[in-house]
Design a protein around this ligand. Structure first.
Ligand code: AMP
Ligand code: MG
Length: 419
């Protein structure tokens, strides 16, 4: 069934909702060249074909003596005739029965194929290396030219997330700039007549808008450019204006609030007027209501994707991590990368309703034997941000799971890496 044909009254699973979103998003195609240093946490925009061999020449993996291993079949002593230091290659021509001193990374002289580490070397005087007690395989402690990356081979693939290792690898190829996908532009706004900005005084019945602060942080951590549209009142015209205003400027619009039962009709109405909207009840807790749709951009075939997230702060965060973030990864030309899940022993009973996925907030620790244990952070209300702040992991309980007993094994996802 296509995502457009699911009636909004039918509840779908987390997996189905994730799949629908993934099927719908088309990655942005434009990229830019940036300075190598500025490439950190960006997505590689093109395959990188190595322009040179790394390493560029055969070199030593150890400090020691370089020679030809075959010579040891007929010599039990080698004459040390010079040295090759990193940055200062041996200038002469190595011959049968000879060796040179060599340091790590220094070029191997042409005739040599092996290195005896310094600590195994026995010298007789200044220039004689005693070799009768050593066994050397040809090629030992030699790094071959191009063994890390061969010239002409694909060094990194388009879509790769650039971290410290990737930037260093690009530097080892001599590249000073790197092609990256452009940053995603994301507009955010909150909906709710009760919401006030931090710094304002709270009048009766009002609450501070925390979601926009959280979302701004989540998106900054992700590496998106954020357009903050503030708080929009619970009003159809205001919502329509905010969506229209931002649709042409951004790739994604994320709203929070106004998707619960009654309010959803109104979000849905506006969205259907401007584009397309799937409004789902997702079988999960926290965060049941989820709106996902798109608006066509003016003068372009591209779309602006819209996520309507629940207003409850924890539900909003869970929805971001499990639906929005993977979509942003795909949109930015990358792959979906979630932190790995691990197994942990529950230290207490955990209430769980069959038929829905639950993302409970957990505290993971290692016991004295190094085994993973997890407890819940206490009250699990979807409005309680303190439980998110206390937690260091999600306990992910699958739809078929029932109440968990102390001692049961559960699946957890550590927050580290959810950025
Ligand atoms: P709603 O999804 O609009 O029905 O909101 C559900 C709950 O989340 C209500 O208690 C709202 O006050 C609260 N809420 C909605 N938006 C925000 C926000 N931006 N920051 C903090 N709480 C919010
Ligand atoms: Mg509301």
């Amino acid at each position: 069934m296509s995502s457009n044909t699911i009636p909004s009254t039918v509840a779908i699973s987390v997996k189905q909702a994730q799949q629908h979103i993934q099927d719908a998003v088309v990655p942005v195609s434009d990229g830019v060249y940036v300075n190598l240093h500025a490439g950190l946490n960006r997505v590689l925009g093109k395959d990188i074909i190595a322009p040179v061999d790394v390493p560029a020449f055969d070199n030593s993996a150890m400090d020691g003596f370089a020679f030809r291993a075959m010579d040891l079949q007929s010599c039990d002593r080698l004459t040390v005739v010079g040295q090759s230091y990193a940055g200062h290659p041996f200038q002469g021509q190595l011959q049968f029965g000879q060796a040179i001193r060599i340091t790590t990374g220094a070029p191997m002289p042409e005739y040599a194929d092996s290195v005896l580490p310094q600590e195994f070397a026995v010298m007789e005087g200044e220039t004689t290396l005693v070799m009768n007690n050593v066994v050397v395989r040809p090629g030992q402690n030699r790094r071959r030219r191009g063994e890390d990356i061969a010239a002409g081979s694909k060094a990194l693939s388009k879509g790769k997330h650039l971290g410290p290792a990737e930037l260093g690898l690009l530097a080892s190829l001599g590249l000073s700039t790197v092609p990256v996908q452009r940053k995603l532009r994301v507009a955010i706004f909150s909906t709710g007549d009760e919401l006030r900005n931090v710094g304002q005084t709270l009048d009766s019945g009002s609450v501070y808008d925390s979601n926009r602060v959280t979302l701004q942080a989540l998106l900054t951590q992700f590496g998106a450019e954020v357009l903050d549209l503030g708080v929009i009142p619970d009003d159809e015209a205001a919502m329509e204006a905010a969506l229209k205003q931002s649709a042409n400027q951004v790739d994604v619009i994320i709203t929070s609030g106004g998707v619960a039962a009654g309010a959803a009709d109104f979000t849905k109405k506006v969205m259907e007027k401007l584009g397309r909207m799937n409004f789902w009840s997702v079988k999960m807790r926290p965060g049941r209501p989820l709106a996902f749709g798109s608006i066509a951009k003016n003068h372009a075939t591209e779309k602006t994707y819209v996520f309507g997230l629940p207003g409850n702060p924890v539900a909003m965060m869970v929805s971001f991590y499990f639906f929005v973030r993977p979509a942003l990864q795909l949109l930015s030309g990358s792959h979906i990368v979630m932190p790995p899940t691990i197994r942990a022993t529950a230290t207490q009973a955990i209430e769980k309703k069959v038929g829905r996925t639950e993302f409970q907030r957990g505290i993971h620790r290692l016991d004295e034997r190094g085994n993973s244990q997890v407890s819940i952070t206490g009250e699990q209300g979807s409005a309680m941000l303190s439980s998110m702040a206390l937690a260091n992991c999600f306990i992910i309980l699958e739809p078929e799971q029932e109440n968990i007993c102390a001692g049961d094994t559960v699946k957890i996802m550590l927050f580290d890496g959810l950025n």
